[in-house]
Design a protein around this ligand. Structure first.
Ligand code: SF4
Length: 151
């Protein structure tokens, strides 16, 4: 039997911990309802790109692989590469990053106050550090890196 891969175990634990953070966010009493309008997914229009810690990128990359893709789809219009060009839906909605759940969309109720989610951000930072990360990176680069790192 092959020896257990400590890196794989670490990543598996990190992915589970990130998903727990997403669940804890959803259970918070502050009411936010994403309307699936995808305005925030058009980075060029908003001028804002979500920043992902390494754990978030691992979760997003796993979800993208589950769709049968091995790399980020190309977008020529400056939108998020995970926004499906045909359906205009997020390819990984259930696994979308923290920033996609908490940001600035007024239709969803406006941004979360930082004080309301600071403890969750700290947990994401701790997971990032446990994976040898160096802090958050813009979504395309973060997920491309996670897709390339299959250890
Ligand atoms: S990951 Fe999904 S929700 Fe987040 S910006 Fe991209 S398409 Fe939108």
């Amino acid at each position: 039997m092959p020896a257990p891969d400590p890196q794989a175990a670490l990543k598996s634990k990190a992915s589970g911990d990130v998903q727990k953070i997403y669940a804890d966010l959803a259970a918070r009493p502050l009411d936010r309802q994403c309307q699936l309008r995808t305005g925030c997914c058009h980075f060029q229009a908003t001028g804002k790109i979500p920043l992902l810690t390494r754990g978030e990128a691992l979760v997003a990359a796993k979800a993208l692989r589950a769709t049968g893709r091995k790399s980020l789809p190309a977008r020529a219009d400056g939108a998020c590469p995970l926004l499906d060009a045909i359906t205009s839906r997020c390819l990984i909605y259930e696994s979308r990053p923290f920033g996609c759940r908490t940001h600035f969309c007024q239709a969803a109720g406006g941004p979360y106050p930082r004080s309301h989610v600071l403890d969750l951000i700290r947990r994401l930072e701790e997971i990032d550090a446990s994976l040898g990360g160096d802090g958050p990176h813009p979504l395309p680069a973060a997920i491309s890196s996670a897709l390339a790192d299959r250890a």
